[in-house]
Design a protein around this ligand. Structure first.
Ligand code: FEO
Length: 407
């Protein structure tokens, strides 16, 4: 666990976590940080505690000691959001001190009691404040569905620090640099990618509410944005707000100037057409990503489709339906409400078709509103005429993408 001073009287305790499935689903290749904040006035508050998954590590005591905080001096636990990556420490913390007050929204209070059996709760509403003394005043600002209904921002007035919890978070472990103004260009690129992975995996379903939360954050005078995951933003807090606005647009069809080929092939017939498609994309100078299902991780698949302005679905018919791993991937994309992408499908069939019907059902069921180029289906191996149609389809897709590109 690391201990970083972020302003007078405010420290971050941050822990890198890996080898876990985030939310029990997402295989996060580059780990994640869990950030916790200690705010010291005459009284002390801890915001979104981080004490590991299975107990209280001694390093926590050591870190608290080094900033002159004894766990018994912590008066308030501010729970910005009840998801256990932020609140799971409560039951451990109460082993060393049980007379603390939990500060949270009314919606969170219900879960605080049902998850942890705690009832010493101070419920806060929009604009309520908590004066910790010595000039440290926190105020609280609900931002529902970021990404649970209970979530709120906390804001410390004297240092102009916005504790944004999941909002403005990113996956990816942090090394020695924790603030945006310390990052190397490589680290900036890393956290842009991990921010997209985080937004697309965890947040994108709630994009309309996230947009409201972005607008709310613009109402504060901000020196530092201090999220629950990933880097802190003090050099240019507006950049992460703009990045999140861009990500919200990716959720509704915009994307980078790249195409993702979401593909599966049983015996290489569709595979021949994919090799041809790659040649066309190279010729046209279009960057592309290939995701072979089911070999790709769910996390990478969702993130890569999410950020792309164009999608090629390359998959055959299997048992009268769309090749199942690709169908499952598209269904997941639909459940995430990733809408409006420009897309084109091709694929082979043997005894009969059926893939196209299921693709239409998936798009309709999930109300995806994808802008589809007419599909190309071929019996067995693709022939010269099929290649011509595939080339035309790809060129039409590239045309459709043009007004969706946002870098
Ligand atoms: Fe970082 Fe919604 O938990």
């Amino acid at each position: 666990m690391k201990k970083i001073k972020i302003a007078d009287g405010i420290h971050m305790l941050s822990m890198n976590v890996e080898d876990m499935l985030f939310e029990g689903i997402w295989e996060i290749a580059n780990g994640v940080t869990l950030n916790s904040y200690i705010v010291q006035g005459e009284k002390t508050a801890i915001i979104d505690g981080v004490i590991g998954w299975d107990g209280i590590p001694e390093t926590l005591y050591k870190n608290l000691e080094e900033i002159n905080v004894h766990p018994k001096d912590i008066d308030y636990l501010i729970v910005n959001h009840m998801e256990p990556d932020h609140s799971g420490w409560i039951s451990n913390f109460e082993k060393i001190k049980d007379d603390f007050t939990i500060v949270c929204t009314e919606k969170a209070a219900k879960l605080v009691t049902s998850f942890y059996g705690k009832d010493k709760i101070q419920v806060v509403k929009e604009g309520d404040t908590l004066d910790l003394g010595n000039g440290k005043v926190l105020s609280f600002h609900p931002v529902p569905n970021v990404h649970w209904p209970d979530t709120m921002y906390s804001y410390e007035h004297s240092t102009k620090t916005l504790f944004s919890c999941d909002m403005y978070g990113a996956f990816g472990k942090m090394g020695d640099h924790h603030f945006d103004d310390e990052m190397t260009p490589e680290e900036e690129e890393f956290f842009e990618k991990e921010g997209i992975r985080y937004y697309s995996n965890v947040m994108t379903t709630f994009t309309p509410m996230l947009r409201k939360a972005i607008e709310k954050s613009k109402e504060f005078e901000i020196n530092t944005i201090a999220p629950g995951h990933g880097p802190l933003y003090r050099g240019n807090p507006e950049k992460i707000m703009n990045d999140y606005t861009r990500f919200s647009n990716y959720a509704e069809g915009a994307g980078k100037n790249e195409i993702t080929i979401l593909w599966g092939s049983m015996y290489g017939m569709t595979g021949k057409a994919i090799a041809f498609a790659e040649e066309i994309l190279k010729r046209e100078g279009v960057k592309y990503n290939k995701l072979e299902m089911p070999l790709e991780s769910e996390s990478e698949m969702v993130a890569t489709v999410f950020k792309s302005a164009g999608i090629i679905i390359a998959a055959p018919t299997y048992e009268y339906k769309l090749f199942p791993p690709v169908a499952a991937a598209l269904d997941e994309i639909g459940r995430k409400k990733i809408t409006g992408k420009a897309a084109f499908r091709f694929g082979s069939y043997g005894w009969s078709g059926g893939a196209e019907k299921e693709l239409a059902e998936i798009l309709e069921r999930n109300r995806m509103k994808w802008d589809m180029v007419p599909s190309v289906e071929f019996e067995g191996s693709p022939k010269a005429g099929d290649f011509e149609k595939i080339e035309a389809g790809i060129l039409e897709l590239i045309g459709k993408m043009k007004d969706k590109i946002v870098e």
